[in-house]
Design a protein around this ligand. Structure first.
Ligand SMILES: [Zn+2]
Ligand SMILES: [Zn+2]
Length: 345
């Protein structure tokens, strides 16, 4: 449901503070910085590039206990088998993904390819979810750039739904659903944010959140592991441009949940599944959260207060050079009374 006519209604509720931007490239108290000790007592190596390790507080893991009590019907229980990993993007504490040079984003995506291949080959793993939570409004207190991997013995619900829809659409139309989505976005053009060679980014027609953005290769692949080096390079370019535009929109680190949607690896065929990245921010404006309420929590559908075409135009109006790379900040961009008027250069 799109209700963009309500976007300007007065807000008298709670607002959230802007995320703090770290200014030091090394923080002795950060458990992700090179050489520092983690809670488990293990010490990070003096890593120079991408660094992956098993999560010290895993949500799922090979040492998960067996459930000590079996539930009453109709409930079911499953041991939390699998692997949880953390992937640090960079040794630099103060560099977000948006600020990494292109070759470092490529190196990260190459590491995620390796991770997918390794984890999906494990017999207990049925799905590999890769995601980054960024910013205090999505509950992340450590700004060190990193993402997480949950390789689970079950398939996450959204992926299951996408796999079912992709297979059903292919059977009914003999076309890949995501290819038709890309064709529709290209044909309209108003919601496309970036396009470079074999990859593109767009605010989908069906966006649930303001600034919800999909980043994807144009060719259909079940996971990131199947992308060629050239496709990975294009994907890194489009992802980098998208995140720079998001940071530039309000000249602040753009908080988001970014998830890599990949086909299940449960042994079943998943025809028509098209690997893509989804980026969701809970902010409607600087300091103003999108609340999940009656329609979303109560009814299970999203009410979007903004028109996807307007939000895409805002993002397209930003610079492709990150604002922190440019020390000259226009005065009006820093005026807290006009926080939603970012410069459009
Ligand atoms: Zn750090
Ligand atoms: Zn998806």
């Amino acid at each position: 449901m799109i209700s963009s006519h309500r976007d300007s209604r007065p807000w008298q509720g709670e607002t959230v503070g802007d995320a703090r931007t770290p200014r030091v490239d090394y923080d002795p108290n950060c458990y992700l910085c090179p050489g520092n000790a983690r809670v488990s007592g293990k010490r990070n190596p003096d890593y120079r590039g991408v660094f992956a390790f098993d999560n010290d507080h895993p949500c799922v893991g090979p040492d998960a206990p067996h459930p000590d009590t079996l539930p009453t019907e109709p409930y079911q229980v499953l041991r939390a088998d699998g692997v949880s990993r953390v992937v640090c993007y960079s040794p630099r504490h103060d560099r977000s993904l948006a600020e990494l040079p292109h070759h470092e984003i490529v190196a990260l995506l190459e590491e995620l390819q390796r991770q997918f291949r390794e984890l999906s080959a494990r017999p207990e793993v049925r799905h590999v979810l890769m995601f980054e939570n960024k910013g205090e409004v999505v509950g992340v207190s450590n700004p060190h750039p990193h993402c997480q991997i949950y390789a689970t013995n079950f398939v996450f619900r959204t992926i299951e739904l996408e796999a079912e829809a992709s297979a059903a659409y292919l059977a009914a139309n003999e076309r890949v659903l995501f290819q038709d989505i890309i064709a529709a976005e290209d044909a309209d053009g108003r919601r496309v944010l970036a396009s470079s060679g074999s990859a593109l980014a767009f605010v989908p027609y069906f966006a649930r959140y303001a600034y919800e953005t999909f980043v994807a290769p144009r060719a259909t692949h079940p996971s990131i592991a199947e992308l060629s080096p050239a496709e990975l390079d294009d994907l890194a370019a489009v992802l980098g441009e998208t995140l720079v535009r998001m940071d530039n929109l309000w000249r602040m680190p753009f908080p988001y949940v970014m998830a890599f949607h990949q086909a299940p690896v449960d042994g079943a065929p998943h025809p028509g599944f098209h690997f893509h990245i989804e980026i969701h921010t809970p902010l409607r404006k600087p300091g103003l959260l999108k609340y999940l309420a009656g329609p979303e929590i109560g009814g299970g559908n999203f009410l979007n207060d903004t028109a996807p075409e307007d939000k895409a135009a805002e993002l397209r109006g930003t610079s492709t050079t990150h604002y922190r790379a440019n020390p000259v900040i226009p005065r009006e961009a820093r005026d807290p009374d006009r926080p939603d008027r970012g410069p459009s250069t």
